[in-house]
Structure formats: structure tokens, C-alpha cells
Design a protein around this ligand. Structure first.
Ligand code: FPP
Length: 222
């Protein structure tokens, strides 16, 4: 969801106004996604590298996420949206991690859209976390190295149980993947957009889904 800061600066607003507008864009996309055939949506809200930002901005982003999603909870439940947070929770402020648990518990039995929010997330950190979990089982004698398959490795990821993404979208006129879903995106179709995240609308998502349908996916075959 890149481009929030630039969206605000272009309007002479503080960067946090861009994050607020970006959160509103998430709200609108969540409401529209099921109607466009999207069954799972993973948004990158805060990366393991985002701690390098000024402390005020870090605190604002983390608390914006919990306050907005907490406010939307009744609506999310009525839309059957299941919310899951992926990332390293240990470093989150205590009030943020408590709210995250509440949000997950309230939506755990929802059987509609899967909304995964990456918070203190890094693709490399996720792979390390999975490798450590499997290594611990080997050390405990409950698994052996040759037991490890791609499917089993999936089960140690923060995004376990979710199908790999078909589509990855990067906004903000940058052509890089910035440590997002590195394991999961192996065969994803990539879309790099010039538009800034707050300008991303359901019509943008519709355009991407239509383009995705015309892509020829071969998964390595001829
Ligand atoms: C990147 O834009 C955006 C972020 C680091 C924060 C995104 C977080 C939200 C939109 C809030 C999350 C809320 C919900 C509901 C999931 P940037 O600041 O790097 O923009 P720039 O490249 O223009 O500076």
C-alpha cells in the first residue's frame, strides 16, 4: 500500500493524513472484493523495516490500524470477513497486540473474505520463523529433515492455511517486492501501478482482476 505519504504531501497535508486515507481505501476494497471474485486479501500495513520511521509515525500507523478495524468490526462481521494478522507480534505495543487478539477472536468463525493484515511483517522473517519452528521439531526428535516438503513448510508460515496469492499489487510507482510474501508469491502475477495507494478504488481492483484473467499462467509448463 505504497504512496500514502506522497498522496498527503501533494495536498499540503501531514503524512499521517495519507495513512488515514489509505485505511479508508482498505475499507472500500474489503467491501468490494468478494463481488469481484476475490476470496482472500493480504495487505501490507507495517513492515519489519518500518520501525526506522519517526516514532510518531510508527505509533500512528499501528494505532490507526487497530482503531479503524475495531470501528469497522460490526460491519466486517456482517460481511462475514475473517481478519487475521500475520507478522512478528512479540514486538508490537501491548495495547496493539491486545486489540489484534480481540479483532481475530471476533471474526474467527466468519466464512467470507479472508482479510490478512501484515503487521510487523517481513517475508524473510516469516521464512526464518518457519525454518526455526521446523528445526525445533527436529531437535526435539519429533521430525527429521527429510520429512520437510513444500506443503509442510507452508504449515509453519504465518500465512499457513491460505492458498498462495494469484495476484500481487504494488502501488506507488515502485517496481520492487520489498520483502512481501516472498515464499508465497512464487507463481503470483505481479502488477506494478503508478497510482498512490489512497487513490486505489474498487474500479482499480476490477481492472486488475480483468487483466489477471487474460494472463497465460503456465506454472512452468510449455
Ligand atoms: C506506505 O506508504 C504505507 C504504510 C507504511 C502504512 C500503511 C498503513 C495503512 C494504510 C493503515 C493500515 C490500516 C488498515 C485498515 C489495514 P508510504 O508512507 O511509504 O508512502 P510514500 O512512499 O508516499 O512515502
Amino acid at each position: 500500500m505504497d504512496g500514502n505519504g506522497r498522496w498527503a504531501v501533494e495536498r499540503g497535508l501531514p503524512r499521517i493524513a495519507g495513512h488515514r486515507q489509505g485505511a479508508q481505501a482498505v475499507h472500500d476494497i474489503v467491501a468490494a472484493a468478494p463481488g469481484l471474485g476475490v476470496t482472500a486479501l493480504t495487505v501490507f500495513a507495517f513492515s519489519t523495516e518500518n520501525w526506522k520511521r519517526p516514532p510518531d509515525e510508527v505509533s500512528y500507523i499501528l494505532h490507526l490500524f487497530v482503531s479503524m478495524v475495531t470501528k469497522w468490526l460490526p460491519e466486517l462481521v456482517s460481511q462475514h470477513v475473517r481478519v487475521r494478522i500475520i507478522g512478528d507480534r512479540a514486538a508490537l505495543p501491548a495495547d496493539v497486540s491486545a486489540s489484534v487478539e480481540t479483532i481475530e477472536k471476533r471474526t474467527v468463525s466468519c466464512d467470507g473474505l479472508h482479510l490478512n493484515v501484515a503487521l510487523n511483517y517481513g517475508g524473510r522473517a516469516e521464512i526464518l520463523h518457519a525454518a526455526r519452528a521446523f528445526a525445533a521439531e527436529c531437535a526435539a526428535g519429533t521430525a527429521a529433515p527429510e520429512d520437510l516438503t513444500e506443503d509442510r513448510f507452508d504449515s509453519y508460515l504465518w500465512l499457513w492455511g491460505e492458498a498462495p496469492p494469484d495476484i500481487i499489487v504494488r502501488t506507488g510507482a515502485e517496481s520492487r517486492v520489498s520483502n512481501f510474501l516472498l515464499w508465497e508469491m512464487a507463481y503470483a502475477e505481479l502488477f506494478f501501478l503508478d497510482l498512490l495507494w489512497p487513490d486505489f478504488t474498487p474500479a482499480t481492483l476490477d481492472m486488475i482482476v480483468q487483466k489477471f484473467k487474460s494472463r497465460n499462467r503456465r506454472f512452468g509448463s510449455s
